[in-house]
Design a protein around this ligand. Sequence first.
Ligand SMILES: *Cc1c(COP(=O)(O)O)cnc(C)c1O
Length: 399
Amino acid sequence: METMQAYIEEAEKALLHTYNRYQVVLDRGEGVYLYNIEGKKYLDFASGIGVFALGYHNTEYNDALKGQIDKLIHTSNYYYNVPAVEAAKKLKEVSGMDRVFFTNSGAEAVEGAIKAARKYAFLKDGQTGHEIIALHHSFHGRTMGALSVTGNPGYREAFEPGIGNVRFASMNDWDSVLACVNEKTCAILLETVQGEGGVFPADEAFLWRLRRLCDERDILLVLDEIQCGMGRTGFMFAWQKFGVKPDIMTVAKALGCGVPVGAFLMTEKVGQNSLKAGDHGTTYGGNPLACAAVCKVLDLFEKNHIIEHVRQVSAYLEQKLDELAGKYEGIQARRGSGLLQGLVFDRPVADIIDAALAGGLILINAGPNVIRFLPPLVIGCADVDEMLRILEPCLSAGA
Ligand SMILES: *Cc1c(COP(=O)(O)O)cnc(C)c1O
């Protein structure tokens, strides 16, 4: 067997260098643990960026996929397939939304949401050039449309011009939104809890004001639930905490728990007045394998009471992170919701994350100064304790 270092060297010759990867070659997973190819065990508090919500090597999930592989993997959207119909029905039930379009990724779901919003506005006034309001520090993906609404100028700079007609306001800053609204505005797009950009939850009053503004002016409220959705905050979708229902919603990441699948969903009103046959498509999106995963994930969420579990364990995580923040001067704040938490430091956290990794704990950041906690939703309180046992001695790294 080749050593880990040999694989890493091969990887750096073959893969496009778009990531500064951690120096680990992962091999297999079991529950909340990952193992590298040399057998070293890691407690996983990143879950593949919020994807593997149900933990690794879940037999029921794996069996559902194996069964579907032996039946039918792909059909294209020229035909119906049973898993897609069932997955769409279940997604409607848990979201209260009415229409589903399956995609292959989060970015692709955001692209679809942007097209639906533009088409909705186009059908109203026959004009083009409608504007979207997005937020600073947002993250919506790396394709050109999703990038254009991502509020991180560093990600956008080399690729300008983007789709254009995008204005940026600030999270929880009502006046900054009002300053962007005009008769051309067709959508306001935000993550209900910002993930990559630093873990910033939208507050209830801000969301309600957006909802009312959108209702008054027939602007579409688009909530990106790709990271904060699927039970992560102790609600199936983060907006359900406040009852502020979007007109369009995007999901991905934990939707398939590892199989690449996303979706954008909309209300019947938007569904009837936006994308029509011929307006949008995808070859793979909603294929039977991906949708069998979605069906099983939603079944297991219900059967295993994942939402209730997240509420309990996240209260414990919050309490422990608050204690930690109280003990260490370098920690300025804890922010977050449910099992999407951030510890804000007074300095870059890269060295802390590296030290934790060496100690057998996988963490990720959210911007340079924030450690992001995004564990599988099935972690228990003992896993939180173990995480802290590994993390605490690493906190002085880089200081
Ligand atoms: C990850 C993410 C995306 C992009 O999803 P991909 O599957 O990587 O394209 C979009 N929005 C949010 C909020 C995300 O966290």
